[in-house]
Design a protein around this ligand. Sequence first.
Ligand code: NAP
Length: 249
Amino acid sequence: MNLLKDKVAIVTGAGSGIGRSVALLYAMEGAKVVVSDIQEADGLETVDLIREKGGEAIFFKADVSNAQDNEKLVAETIVKYGALHIACNNAGIGGASAPTGEYPVESWDKVIAVNLSGVFYGMRYQIPEMIKAGGGAIVNMASILGSVGFANSPAYVAAKHGVVGLTKNIALEYAMKGIRANAVGPAFIQTPLLKDMGPDAIDWLITRHPIGRLGQPEEVAELVLWLSSEKASFVTGSYYPVDGGYLAQ
Ligand code: NAP
Protein backbone atom coordinates (compact mmCIF):
# COMPACT_ATOMS: atom_id res chain seq x y z
CA MET A 1 0.00 0.00 0.00
CA ASN A 2 2.90 2.37 0.65
CA LEU A 3 5.50 1.41 -1.97
CA LEU A 4 5.56 4.99 -3.30
CA LYS A 5 4.78 6.90 -0.11
CA ASP A 6 5.82 10.58 -0.31
CA LYS A 7 6.81 10.24 -3.98
CA VAL A 8 5.62 12.54 -6.75
CA ALA A 9 4.97 10.93 -10.13
CA ILE A 10 4.07 12.03 -13.65
CA VAL A 11 2.22 9.63 -15.96
CA THR A 12 1.66 10.66 -19.59
CA GLY A 13 -1.18 9.23 -21.62
CA ALA A 14 -2.89 8.60 -18.29
CA GLY A 15 -6.41 9.25 -19.53
CA SER A 16 -6.78 5.75 -20.96
CA GLY A 17 -5.54 2.17 -21.05
CA ILE A 18 -2.15 1.36 -19.56
CA GLY A 19 -1.42 4.92 -18.43
CA ARG A 20 -4.66 5.10 -16.46
CA SER A 21 -3.87 1.78 -14.74
CA VAL A 22 -0.36 2.97 -13.89
CA ALA A 23 -1.66 6.28 -12.49
CA LEU A 24 -4.23 4.45 -10.35
CA LEU A 25 -1.71 1.95 -9.02
CA TYR A 26 0.88 4.66 -8.28
CA ALA A 27 -1.77 6.59 -6.32
CA MET A 28 -2.92 3.50 -4.42
CA GLU A 29 0.72 2.99 -3.40
CA GLY A 30 0.85 6.47 -1.91
CA ALA A 31 2.27 8.63 -4.71
CA LYS A 32 0.95 12.07 -5.58
CA VAL A 33 0.22 11.67 -9.27
CA VAL A 34 0.21 14.23 -12.06
CA VAL A 35 -2.11 12.68 -14.61
CA SER A 36 -1.32 14.03 -18.07
CA ASP A 37 -2.98 13.40 -21.40
CA ILE A 38 -3.86 15.18 -24.63
CA GLN A 39 -7.51 14.25 -23.90
CA GLU A 40 -8.67 16.49 -21.07
CA ALA A 41 -11.99 14.75 -20.27
CA ASP A 42 -10.31 11.34 -20.09
CA GLY A 43 -7.51 12.64 -17.90
CA LEU A 44 -9.97 14.30 -15.52
CA GLU A 45 -11.86 11.00 -15.32
CA THR A 46 -8.66 9.26 -14.21
CA VAL A 47 -8.18 11.92 -11.52
CA ASP A 48 -11.77 11.32 -10.34
CA LEU A 49 -11.14 7.55 -10.18
CA ILE A 50 -8.03 8.15 -8.08
CA ARG A 51 -9.79 10.55 -5.71
CA GLU A 52 -12.76 8.18 -5.32
CA LYS A 53 -10.29 5.61 -4.00
CA GLY A 54 -8.74 8.11 -1.60
CA GLY A 55 -5.66 8.94 -3.67
CA GLU A 56 -4.05 12.27 -4.53
CA ALA A 57 -3.84 13.48 -8.14
CA ILE A 58 -4.13 16.49 -10.42
CA PHE A 59 -4.59 16.72 -14.18
CA PHE A 60 -2.35 18.64 -16.57
CA LYS A 61 -3.12 18.66 -20.29
CA ALA A 62 -0.02 18.17 -22.43
CA ASP A 63 0.82 16.96 -25.92
CA VAL A 64 4.02 14.95 -25.44
CA SER A 65 5.10 15.68 -29.01
CA ASN A 66 5.43 19.34 -28.05
CA ALA A 67 8.65 20.08 -26.11
CA GLN A 68 7.19 23.15 -24.38
CA ASP A 69 4.19 21.17 -23.14
CA ASN A 70 6.60 18.75 -21.46
CA GLU A 71 8.49 21.64 -19.86
CA LYS A 72 5.22 23.11 -18.55
CA LEU A 73 4.07 19.72 -17.24
CA VAL A 74 7.21 19.36 -15.14
CA ALA A 75 7.04 23.00 -13.99
CA GLU A 76 3.43 22.54 -12.87
CA THR A 77 4.39 19.37 -11.00
CA ILE A 78 6.99 21.32 -9.03
CA VAL A 79 4.58 24.20 -8.34
CA LYS A 80 1.90 21.81 -7.09
CA TYR A 81 3.89 19.11 -5.29
CA GLY A 82 7.40 20.60 -4.83
CA ALA A 83 9.47 17.78 -6.39
CA LEU A 84 9.53 15.01 -9.01
CA HIS A 85 10.68 11.47 -8.23
CA ILE A 86 8.99 9.17 -10.78
CA ALA A 87 7.96 9.44 -14.43
CA CYS A 88 6.17 6.92 -16.59
CA ASN A 89 6.51 8.15 -20.16
CA ASN A 90 3.63 6.18 -21.56
CA ALA A 91 1.68 8.25 -24.13
CA GLY A 92 1.73 6.64 -27.55
CA ILE A 93 -0.18 6.07 -30.78
CA GLY A 94 -0.34 3.23 -33.30
CA GLY A 95 -0.05 5.01 -36.65
CA ALA A 96 -0.95 3.84 -40.14
CA SER A 97 -0.66 0.23 -41.26
CA ALA A 98 1.33 -0.20 -44.49
CA PRO A 99 4.64 -1.62 -45.69
CA THR A 100 7.60 0.76 -45.53
CA GLY A 101 7.65 1.38 -49.30
CA GLU A 102 4.08 2.69 -49.13
CA TYR A 103 4.04 4.13 -45.61
CA PRO A 104 2.42 7.60 -45.41
CA VAL A 105 5.14 10.11 -44.57
CA GLU A 106 2.76 12.12 -42.34
CA SER A 107 2.09 9.03 -40.24
CA TRP A 108 5.81 8.32 -39.91
CA ASP A 109 6.42 11.91 -38.72
CA LYS A 110 3.52 11.78 -36.25
CA VAL A 111 4.39 8.39 -34.74
CA ILE A 112 8.06 9.35 -34.30
CA ALA A 113 7.02 12.71 -32.81
CA VAL A 114 4.70 11.18 -30.21
CA ASN A 115 6.26 7.78 -29.47
CA LEU A 116 9.96 8.67 -29.62
CA SER A 117 10.48 12.46 -29.45
CA GLY A 118 7.71 12.60 -26.84
CA VAL A 119 9.73 10.30 -24.56
CA PHE A 120 12.92 12.33 -25.13
CA TYR A 121 11.16 15.66 -24.46
CA GLY A 122 9.64 14.23 -21.29
CA MET A 123 12.96 13.06 -19.88
CA ARG A 124 14.72 16.25 -21.05
CA TYR A 125 12.70 18.19 -18.47
CA GLN A 126 12.12 15.46 -15.87
CA ILE A 127 15.80 14.62 -15.33
CA PRO A 128 16.97 18.03 -13.97
CA GLU A 129 14.18 17.95 -11.37
CA MET A 130 14.97 14.36 -10.39
CA ILE A 131 18.61 15.36 -9.87
CA LYS A 132 17.44 18.18 -7.57
CA ALA A 133 15.31 15.63 -5.68
CA GLY A 134 18.39 13.44 -5.13
CA GLY A 135 17.36 10.77 -7.66
CA GLY A 136 14.39 9.19 -9.34
CA ALA A 137 12.94 6.39 -11.43
CA ILE A 138 11.90 6.59 -15.07
CA VAL A 139 9.84 3.90 -16.79
CA ASN A 140 9.39 4.32 -20.53
CA MET A 141 6.60 2.50 -22.31
CA ALA A 142 8.15 0.61 -25.21
CA SER A 143 6.52 -2.57 -26.56
CA ILE A 144 7.46 -6.06 -27.62
CA LEU A 145 7.93 -4.12 -30.87
CA GLY A 146 10.90 -2.47 -29.18
CA SER A 147 12.78 -5.72 -29.75
CA VAL A 148 11.18 -7.45 -32.77
CA GLY A 149 9.57 -6.26 -36.00
CA PHE A 150 5.90 -6.29 -36.98
CA ALA A 151 5.14 -6.08 -40.70
CA ASN A 152 3.28 -2.93 -41.78
CA SER A 153 4.17 -0.95 -38.63
CA PRO A 154 7.59 0.52 -39.54
CA ALA A 155 7.17 3.81 -37.67
CA TYR A 156 5.87 2.19 -34.48
CA VAL A 157 8.59 -0.47 -34.50
CA ALA A 158 11.33 2.11 -35.16
CA ALA A 159 10.03 4.44 -32.44
CA LYS A 160 9.78 1.68 -29.83
CA HIS A 161 13.27 0.36 -30.64
CA GLY A 162 14.40 3.98 -30.24
CA VAL A 163 12.76 4.20 -26.82
CA VAL A 164 14.67 1.11 -25.66
CA GLY A 165 17.98 2.58 -26.86
CA LEU A 166 17.31 6.00 -25.37
CA THR A 167 16.42 4.39 -22.05
CA LYS A 168 19.80 2.62 -21.95
CA ASN A 169 21.56 5.92 -22.57
CA ILE A 170 19.74 7.73 -19.77
CA ALA A 171 20.63 4.88 -17.42
CA LEU A 172 24.33 5.25 -18.26
CA GLU A 173 24.33 9.02 -18.07
CA TYR A 174 22.50 9.35 -14.74
CA ALA A 175 23.21 6.18 -12.74
CA MET A 176 25.65 8.05 -10.52
CA LYS A 177 23.05 10.74 -9.89
CA GLY A 178 20.57 8.25 -8.48
CA ILE A 179 18.27 8.09 -11.49
CA ARG A 180 17.24 4.66 -12.77
CA ALA A 181 15.68 4.28 -16.22
CA ASN A 182 14.03 1.16 -17.61
CA ALA A 183 11.78 0.31 -20.53
CA VAL A 184 8.74 -1.95 -20.46
CA GLY A 185 7.67 -4.10 -23.41
CA PRO A 186 3.99 -5.05 -23.36
CA ALA A 187 2.65 -7.44 -25.97
CA PHE A 188 -0.88 -6.71 -27.19
CA ILE A 189 -2.97 -5.31 -24.36
CA GLN A 190 -6.74 -4.79 -24.34
CA THR A 191 -7.00 -1.00 -24.52
CA PRO A 192 -8.63 1.55 -26.83
CA LEU A 193 -5.36 1.54 -28.83
CA LEU A 194 -6.61 -1.67 -30.48
CA LYS A 195 -10.08 -0.25 -31.23
CA ASP A 196 -9.57 -0.16 -35.01
CA MET A 197 -8.75 -3.88 -35.19
CA GLY A 198 -11.61 -6.15 -36.26
CA PRO A 199 -12.50 -9.41 -34.48
CA ASP A 200 -10.53 -11.51 -36.99
CA ALA A 201 -7.39 -9.47 -36.42
CA ILE A 202 -7.83 -9.75 -32.64
CA ASP A 203 -8.35 -13.53 -32.91
CA TRP A 204 -5.13 -13.79 -34.93
CA LEU A 205 -3.28 -11.65 -32.42
CA ILE A 206 -4.42 -13.91 -29.59
CA THR A 207 -2.83 -16.89 -31.36
CA ARG A 208 0.52 -15.07 -31.20
CA HIS A 209 0.40 -15.07 -27.38
CA PRO A 210 1.28 -18.51 -25.93
CA ILE A 211 -0.74 -17.63 -22.83
CA GLY A 212 -3.87 -17.73 -25.03
CA ARG A 213 -5.20 -14.20 -24.53
CA LEU A 214 -4.29 -10.53 -24.78
CA GLY A 215 -2.99 -8.71 -21.71
CA GLN A 216 -4.83 -6.37 -19.38
CA PRO A 217 -3.54 -2.87 -18.59
CA GLU A 218 -3.37 -3.71 -14.88
CA GLU A 219 -0.88 -6.51 -15.65
CA VAL A 220 1.48 -3.98 -17.25
CA ALA A 221 0.97 -1.51 -14.40
CA GLU A 222 2.22 -4.08 -11.86
CA LEU A 223 5.59 -4.28 -13.63
CA VAL A 224 5.78 -0.49 -14.01
CA LEU A 225 5.08 -0.09 -10.29
CA TRP A 226 7.84 -2.50 -9.32
CA LEU A 227 10.37 -0.78 -11.60
CA SER A 228 9.32 2.62 -10.20
CA SER A 229 9.76 1.53 -6.59
CA GLU A 230 12.75 1.04 -4.31
CA LYS A 231 12.27 -2.72 -4.71
CA ALA A 232 14.03 -2.27 -8.07
CA SER A 233 16.95 -0.33 -6.56
CA PHE A 234 19.63 -2.28 -8.52
CA VAL A 235 17.67 -2.33 -11.80
CA THR A 236 18.53 0.20 -14.48
CA GLY A 237 19.16 0.38 -18.22
CA SER A 238 17.05 -2.68 -19.02
CA TYR A 239 14.06 -3.69 -21.05
CA TYR A 240 11.34 -5.84 -19.49
CA PRO A 241 8.75 -7.61 -21.64
CA VAL A 242 5.31 -8.27 -20.14
CA ASP A 243 4.00 -10.32 -22.98
CA GLY A 244 2.25 -13.61 -22.19
CA GLY A 245 5.19 -15.44 -23.80
CA TYR A 246 5.08 -13.58 -27.16
CA LEU A 247 8.86 -13.10 -27.37
CA ALA A 248 9.65 -16.66 -26.30
CA GLN A 249 8.64 -18.07 -29.70
P1 NAP B 1 -4.55 4.22 -25.22
O1 NAP B 1 -5.57 3.46 -24.46
O2 NAP B 1 -4.87 4.78 -26.56
O3 NAP B 1 -4.01 5.40 -24.26
C1 NAP B 1 -3.04 6.31 -24.68
C2 NAP B 1 -3.42 7.69 -24.22
O4 NAP B 1 -2.40 8.60 -24.66
C3 NAP B 1 -4.74 8.15 -24.87
O5 NAP B 1 -5.51 8.90 -23.96
C4 NAP B 1 -4.20 9.02 -25.99
O6 NAP B 1 -5.12 9.96 -26.49
C5 NAP B 1 -3.03 9.69 -25.31
N1 NAP B 1 -2.17 10.36 -26.28
C6 NAP B 1 -2.07 10.13 -27.62
N2 NAP B 1 -1.22 11.00 -28.17
C7 NAP B 1 -0.80 11.81 -27.18
C8 NAP B 1 0.07 12.93 -27.12
N3 NAP B 1 0.65 13.40 -28.23
N4 NAP B 1 0.29 13.52 -25.93
C9 NAP B 1 -0.32 13.08 -24.81
N5 NAP B 1 -1.17 12.05 -24.80
C10 NAP B 1 -1.40 11.41 -25.96
O7 NAP B 1 -3.23 3.33 -25.45
P2 NAP B 1 -2.53 2.21 -24.54
O8 NAP B 1 -2.76 0.92 -25.19
O9 NAP B 1 -2.84 2.39 -23.12
O10 NAP B 1 -1.01 2.57 -24.83
C11 NAP B 1 -0.17 3.22 -23.89
C12 NAP B 1 1.27 2.98 -24.29
O11 NAP B 1 1.51 1.57 -24.30
C13 NAP B 1 1.63 3.48 -25.68
O12 NAP B 1 2.94 4.01 -25.66
C14 NAP B 1 1.58 2.23 -26.52
O13 NAP B 1 2.41 2.32 -27.66
C15 NAP B 1 2.10 1.21 -25.53
N6 NAP B 1 1.74 -0.17 -25.84
C16 NAP B 1 0.43 -0.53 -26.01
C17 NAP B 1 0.14 -1.83 -26.36
C18 NAP B 1 -1.27 -2.31 -26.57
O14 NAP B 1 -1.45 -3.39 -27.16
N7 NAP B 1 -2.28 -1.61 -26.13
C19 NAP B 1 1.18 -2.75 -26.54
C20 NAP B 1 2.49 -2.34 -26.35
C21 NAP B 1 2.77 -1.05 -26.00
P3 NAP B 1 -5.91 9.62 -27.89
O15 NAP B 1 -7.07 8.80 -27.46
O16 NAP B 1 -6.23 10.96 -28.43
O17 NAP B 1 -4.92 8.87 -28.76
